[in-house]
Design a protein around this ligand. Structure first.
Ligand code: BES
Ligand code: MN
Ligand code: MN
Length: 463
């Protein structure tokens, strides 16, 4: 792999410039106003794949945003790695909280990133991490050291629920046939303590609408007799969780498989500093399900959170109004064996049941997805472990993650392949938040590590 690594060292500056160029395009999948930019990003990626030496490069149209496919098949008898990533990004709001514009990337040094970090929406999630794969691939091709077959599927709808990816996979099973899926869209514990994500949570996301009177009313004339949908929605939401942090939707925990004592003990050996955690978040105390540590609360336990809530008057000054409607967006993170469609049903039934007769309730499901656990006794896990050990100088720790990448479960179901989650971000990279960033150390470490994954995977799988 020496030639590959030499190629990477020689091209570091260009690799950075190319990523910055990609980050300048606002590929916001949630907002139809940016559909052109999403499309442009897809064609930029296709050009990168062609220049890197990929074959059969195609921007596949879908009912939503396009999927970029590329491959390089060197020998059908060798194993095939399918790299998945996403080029779409979250909306950047609230804009006023960014220190520099989200789509004008800048490299700045920070305490957590003494070598500098790229500040831009998508820098880490997932343009930066996805692009590492294209650059690592390019290096292996140019150095003539690509040890196995590789296919790429880079989508533009991950941040909005991957609505069209399932159909694409089902339709293109042959094209996507592979031995393993490799994804860099997660984080490591720290730049000194590498880790590999061995699980992700599932998700049930829905929106609720509570309607009281058929129009906004004067809160003096009617207040006291007519149910206020915002007050009522608040009551309903607060009743969803008990004081001990347990979710009070009947049946919610029925399918949760308790993690064994031994496994929990292992899990809690991962380095974690609660004082630092609180300090960095500006909180005096944490607030979670009783009986579980923070590491457990954010990985092996399901949650329920309000993501947004609105209604009534929210403009300048005061307006005395008893609103007609109140809304909330609610998400539940799920753990293995919980079924997102079942949870959505249980929530809907319960939420309607607890509504007082003074209001009407409408529940609209958004997207959902299943949790995933990836085994550690596979050639792909061992290959990722060896690759990271090689480049970090220390063995990575397996950790279950709290976020969701619903397509991981889908890959297993439809394509019958397991995934390895070899991410290089940090939890402190502010993904989905203002000032998202990605360390240069992390970007280059990823590009350097990926070729070793290919090398070790080919060796281990070939046996
Ligand atoms: N890359 C994240 C998921 C992630 C982040 C996993 C950090 C582990 C650590 C992904 O882009 C994401 O944001 N997923 C969404 C779900 C999706 C259905 C919108 C999420 O987790 O909220
Ligand atoms: Mn992501
Ligand atoms: Mn994301």
């Amino acid at each position: 792999m020496n030639k590959t690594q030499a190629y990477i060292s020689e091209n570091k500056e260009i690799f950075l410039e190319e990523l910055l160029e990609l980050l300048r395009v606002p590929s916001i999948s949630a907002d139809p106003a940016y559909a052109k930019d999403v499309k442009k990003t897809a064609s930029m990626l296709a050009a990168h794949f062609r220049n890197a030496g990929a074959k059969n490069v195609k921007v596949h149209k879908t009912a939503g945003h396009p999927i970029v496919y590329a491959e390089r098949i060197i020998d059908r008898r060798l194993p095939t790695v399918l790299v998945y990533g996403h080029y779409d990004v979250q909306p950047p709001d609230p804009l006023e909280l960014w220190d520099s514009p989200p789509f004008e990337p800048v490299v700045k040094k920070t305490k957590g990133h003494p070598k500098g970090a790229i500040f831009a929406r998508g820098a880490c999630d997932d343009k930066g991490q996805m692009f590492m794969h294209i650059k690592a691939f390019q290096a292996m091709v140019k150095a003539k050291e690509l040890p196995c077959n590789v296919k790429f599927m880079i989508e533009g709808e991950e941040e909005v629920g991957s609505d069209n990816l399932g159909a694409f996979c089902k339709k293109n099973k042959k094209l996507l046939a592979s031995d393993v899926v490799l994804i860099s869209d997660t984080s490591v514990i720290s730049n000194k303590v590498p880790s590999i994500t061995t699980g992700l949570r599932g998700l049930s996301y829905l929106e609720v609408e509570v309607t009281g009177p058929n129009k906004d009313l004067h809160s003096g004339v009617y207040g006291g007799a007519v149910g206020n949908p915002i007050n009522i929605l608040s009551d309903m939401i607060s009743s969803l969780k008990g004081k001990n942090g347990k979710i009070r939707i009947p049946g919610f925990y029925d399918d949760v498989v308790e993690v064994s004592k031994e496994e929990r003990k292992m899990m809690n050996k991962a380095p974690f500093n609660i004082a630092k955690y609180k300090r960095e978040l500006g909180i005096k105390d944490t607030h979670g399900e009783r009986g579980y540590t923070v590491l457990e609360q954010t990985s092996i336990r399901p949650t329920l959170d309000v993501n947004g809530m609105w209604g009534g008057y929210i403009g300048e000054g005061a307006k005395t109004v008893l609103p007609s409607k109140a809304y909330a967006k609610i998400s539940m993170r799920l753990v293995p064996n919980q079924d997102s469609a079942t949870i959505t049903k249980l929530f809907t039934k319960h939420f309607k049941a607890i509504a007082p007769a003074s209001v009407k309730v409408k529940v609209t499901p958004h997207h959902g997805g299943e949790a995933a656990v990836t085994p550690t006794d596979t050639p792909e896990y061992k290959a990722a472990e060896k690759a990271m050990e090689h480049t970090y100088g220390t063995q990575p720790i397996p950790v279950r993650g709290g976020g969701s990448i619903p397509i991981v479960a889908l890959f297993e179901k439809v394509l019958k392949v397991k995934t390895v989650l070899m991410g290089f971000g940090l939890d402190s990279d502010d993904i989905h938040s203002p000032n998202e960033h990605y360390g240069l150390f992390n970007y280059y470490k990823g590009i350097e590590t990926i070729p070793y994954f290919f090398k070790y995977y080919s060796e281990l799988k070939g046996k």
